[in-house]
Design a protein around this ligand. Structure first.
Ligand SMILES: [Zn+2]
Length: 125
């Protein structure tokens, strides 16, 4: 995979975490990259790590948010933010390194829920 670090995305992510009060997310343990040759239909995706790395090896959980450059850059600013919110919603309250699927017994991640967060953000700014 061809990629580079994306400090501008990381800054946006930090702002979103603060504004949306996603207090379970540790901003220092979120990293962001832009990828250039990914063969996926996604605009962005998030990489976690098994909680075993924490429990067995004592490593801090870290997440990487990857934006798929060619696809992400076609989005409007509003859609970009919604996409980043969507990725943050995959992080469980336990911040264990694991990822939530799109639909679970106690949660659902979809773009209309990301929109609610988005409009909430607009109200609080
Ligand atoms: Zn998703």
């Amino acid at each position: 995979m061809k990629y580079k670090l994306a400090p501008e995305i990381r800054r946006q992510i930090r702002t979103l975490i603060k504004e949306l009060k996603f207090t379970h997310i540790k901003p220092n343990q979120i990293h962001c990259i832009r990828s250039f040759d990914a063969k996926t239909r996604a605009y962005a995706r998030i990489w976690g790590m098994s909680r075993l790395f924490n429990e067995v090896a004592g490593l801090k959980p870290n997440y990487i948010i990857e934006v798929i450059n060619q696809r992400f850059e076609k989005l409007t600013p509003r859609e970009k933010i919604k996409t980043l919110i969507h990725e943050l919603m995959h992080i469980p309250k336990t911040f264990s390194g694991a990822l939530l699927s799109h639909r679970g017994p106690h949660h659902e991640i979809n773009d209309s829920i990301a929109s609610v967060f988005y409009s909430h953000k607009l109200l609080s700014v």
